[in-house]
Design a protein around this ligand. Sequence first.
Ligand SMILES: [Ca+2]
Length: 60
Amino acid sequence: MDTSDALLLLKKAVKLATLTDSQTTAADVNGNGNVETDDALLILQKVVKLIHGFPVEGGI
Ligand SMILES: [Ca+2]
């Protein structure tokens, strides 16, 4: 996961992109069943090391 993944999620949020099923599964980093801007924010927070893992991985 990196900034390009976050950008893809933001594009999906504004309907500029669609995700495959596997991308959707991987992108739901907070594990709430939806891929949204919150997931993109978490990815960006991990990129800049504000968090060390995703909720779906069992920790922030
Ligand atoms: Ca989510």
